[in-house]
Design a protein around this ligand. Structure first.
Ligand code: ADP
Ligand code: MG
Length: 729
């Protein structure tokens, strides 16, 4: 097997760079949206009245009639065929975390032995993919195993190219026969509609012309690249997405020489290619740079309407996989592929924008605008403060557990960083001085502090906060790099919507009592500032002192997934989701179960891989080298050397023997522990057993294997070493 390691090192080091993308990248404007059936293209393919009806439907979220759907289906088909598509598919986001599709050909034989190309409204609007193997948390019994995909007209259809072929992909939600959602998109759309309604109602206190509020999202995506051959020589990377063994290279990120450094040529060629493919799909990819760890990079598109931004991020992850192959790379989206250096996240930049084009989270120039800004700003802070545990649960996964609570990523404690200027402003608004001023209504506007122009670098300096305000948006940084952002964004929009609903009720109550509107608004805002004080933290989120202080403030610090997930099914959460129409009780419970199941199954796979590799790759390499050393010692003894002359060799033999013996013992003990955990009936208890009784073995075994890696003959070591994975590109 060690041959495989050297072969892979060889091929990784002698790659030719594929420069093909550069020519196309010069035509960025021409290729942008080329593979998307945009509203503009629909105009060309639809009769005018139909087009007008369609636009109204999309903008007003009105139901699309059967006749209209038929016209759109024909237009879509014509466009897809004209652009080389042969198949179509509903494209959806089941709870596996990846995207799913089931292709059908346009081609259909007719009765005369000939064939036609067919695509009807039925095929556009609804399909039954017979996808009974997707996780459903018990929602779908076998007798009602049907799941349906239903068209989401708010996200445009697109052509996905693979090899020479193209497939028309239609974004859809995925629901059960009984109407429960089985995917990430359906609840997101419900949350988007809840925030629209709640934020519009509150925005109308300030501006009656606001009739729609859209949540916007810009996702920064971090990732690692590794040479494909090296990846293929690491079964742990292949099966789990992360290295389960491996001594950190002598050089890691300690020199900070990778961050924002020159992008390696082969990587840049990949990025250029990726950008082209993204642009064709209408993904406005704009930013690219090196990240902190060696071979870690980041890309980010311009922000978009949230549903589209999330579809685009899912699509981007698929594209990364595909384009990486052309450059003999593998993309690692795992949150922590290498222990000892930084992990990857997906920063979710979120704001609320009105149909009149106003960002409700951008400080205004006048006191009145600032009262509006403060209203939305403080309601968001209050929502996060009231439901920090839900937000924490929304980013919980086996892989993100390696970041949260570890010492380099946002901690598992949810807190909000505002930047000193805004922090001071909230203090001032809350202060007694303001209270005195605003009691006299004529003085109300003097009570609202002026907000100076915020310098971006001033607001963005604290990288240790999981939830930071960055000038005109909040940035949720604790989202995992491999996650579907739909879940955390469903939760964020839900809790803010809920808060805004409560806010409006309270303000209305005061107005009814005869208090002037602006004063009523300010009164509630001031109270919210007071009530959400504990969640605000400006210091170093990675420090131990913060963990201690957070505990005294009563903030939770739930480090592991199975316990973080409890809040999904608390009385309070169930009521909140039902009230907003986002998840029914059954849907919440089903999701809870799916997440727990996913958690322990991922640990189960990692445990199996560790045992297998320890027994069948690491141990044989150690034994072989040990035998060699034994021969050597025997030989030296035979020719009459004293024990002192081979004391180092003896020491090596002893150390190898001790480490491999412990590693094998632990690996067997872990197997026994795993068997016990598998017997546990209750899924939460089983997940906790995996977390608390099986997982601790991972690091123990790794410790001994890593020690062995440092002493066993390099020529015999079977797995590509981290220095090879991290520095050959
Ligand atoms: P960084 O956080 O690394 O400094 P930027 O500030 O450039 O990066 O922006 C990161 C992401 O935030 C980009 O996707 C950008 O489009 C997005 N963004 C900028 N303004 C908004 C906004 N008002 N709402 C949502 N996302 C936004
Ligand atoms: Mg950022």
């Amino acid at each position: 097997m060690s041959f495989l390691r050297f072969q892979s090192v060889n091929s990784a080091g002698s790659r030719e760079i594929n420069h093909e993308g550069y020519a196309e990248s010069k035509k960025a404007i021409a290729i942008y949206g080329k593979n998307v059936f945009t509203v503009d293209k629909m105009r060309d393919y639809l009769p005018k009245p139909t087009f007008v009806e369609l636009k109204e439907s999309i903008e007003g979220s009105k139901r699309i009639s059967r006749e209209l759907a038929e016209d759109i289906a024909q237009a879509m088909k014509s466009w897809a065929l004209a652009n080389g598509a042969s198949h179509y598919t509903h494209w959806f986001q089941p709870l596996t975390g990846s995207t799913a599709e089931k292709h059908d050909a346009f081609f259909e034989p007719d009765n005369n032995g000939l064939a036609i190309e067919k695509f009807t409204a039925d095929a556009l609007v609804q399909q039954e993919p017979d996808a009974s193997s997707f996780p459903n948390g018990g929602i779908r019994n076998t007798f009602e195993a049907r799941g349906y995909t239903a068209w989401d007209p708010s996200s445009p259809a697109f052509l996905f190219e693979t090899g020479g072929g193209k497939t028309l992909c239609i974004p859809t939600v995925f629901v059960s026969y009984t109407g429960e959602s089985l995917d990430y998109k359906a609840p997101l759309l419900k949350a988007v509609s809840a925030i629209d309604k709640a934020a519009t109602d509150v925005a109308q206190f300030f501006d009656k012309s606001v009739n729609k509020v859209t949540a916007s999202l810009g996702i920064e995506q971090e990732y690692f690249l590794v040479d494909l051959s090296l990846y293929n020589a690491r079964p742990d990377l292949q099966l789990t997405g992360r290295t389960l063994f491996g001594h950190m290279a002598a050089k890691g990120q300690q020199l900070d020489d990778h961050y924002f450094g020159a992008i390696p040529e082969r990587v840049l060629a990949f990025m250029v290619d990726l950008e082209n493919e993204a642009l064709k799909l209408g993904i406005p990819l704009k930013t690219r740079h090196n990240e902190v760890a060696p071979t870690q990079f980041e890309c980010a598109p311009m922000f978009e309407e949230i549903n589209l931004a999330i579809d685009h991020n899912q699509l981007l992850m698929n594209l990364m996989e595909q384009v990486a192959k052309r450059h003999h790379f593998k993309v690692l989206l795992h949150e922590k592929p290498y222990s000892g250096i930084n992990g990857s996240g997906k920063h979710n930049n979120w704001s609320l924008i009105t149909n009149t084009g106003v960002n409700l989270l951008a400080p205004g120039k006048t006191p009145k605008n600032n009262l509006m800004f403060l209203t939305f700003f403080v309601n968001t802070i209050k929502a996060v403060s009231a439901h920090a545990d839900l937000l924490r649960a929304s980013i919980a996964s086996h892989s993100n557990d390696h970041r949260l609570g570890a010492n380099e990523a946002p901690p598992a404690i949810i807190s909000i960083f505002l930047g000193s200027q805004l922090d001071d402003i909230l203090d001032e608004v809350e202060s007694a001085r303001v209270a005195k001023k605003v009691r006299n209504e004529a003085n109300l506007w003097h009570g609202i502090p002026k907000i100076p122009d915020l310098k971006m670098d001033n607001t963005d300096r604290n990288r240790t906060s999981p939830f930071a305000f960055t000038g005109n948006k909040f940035e949720f940084r604790a989202v995992g790099s491999s996650a579907n952002s739909a879940l955390p964004m469903t939760i964020l929009n839900a809790i803010v919507a809920n808060q805004l609903i409560e806010f409006k009720i309270e303000v209305d109550k005061q107005i009814k009592k005869g208090i002037k509107k602006d004063l009523a608004l300010l009164n509630v805002v001031r109270r919210y500032i007071k009530e959400s004080r504990a969640i605000r933290f400006e210091g170093n989120g990675y420090s131990d002192e913060w963990a201690e202080e957070a505990a005294t403030r009563g903030l939770s610090n739930i480090k592991s997934t199975p316990k973080a997930l409890d809040v999904y099914v608390s009385e309070e959460s169930l009521a909140l989701f039902e009230k907003l129409g986002i998840y029914s009780k059954r849907e919440s419970e089903a999701r809870h179960e799916i997440l727990l199941e996913n958690f322990y199954k991922k640990l189960q796979i990692e445990a199996r891989v560790i045992t297998e590799l320890t027994n069948s790759l690491i141990a044989p390499a150690c034994f072989a080298y040990q035998n060699q050393l034994i021969e050597n010692v025997k030989g030296l003894k035979e020719i009459g050397l004293s024990a002192e002359a081979y004391s180092s060799q003896r020491n090596f033999i002893e150390r190898i023997s001790s480490h491999i013996n412990i590693a094998l013992e632990k690996s067997e003990a872990m197997r026994q522990e795993r068997k016990k955990a598998n017997e546990i009936e209750d899924i939460r208890d089983r997940a906790i057993a995996y977390d608390e009784l099986v997982k601790p073995y991972f690091d123990e075994i790794r410790y001994h294997v890593n020690k062995l890696e440092k002493i066993v003959d390099d020529n015999k070591w079977p797995l590509p070493k981290l220095r090879e994975l991290l520095f050959i590109h």
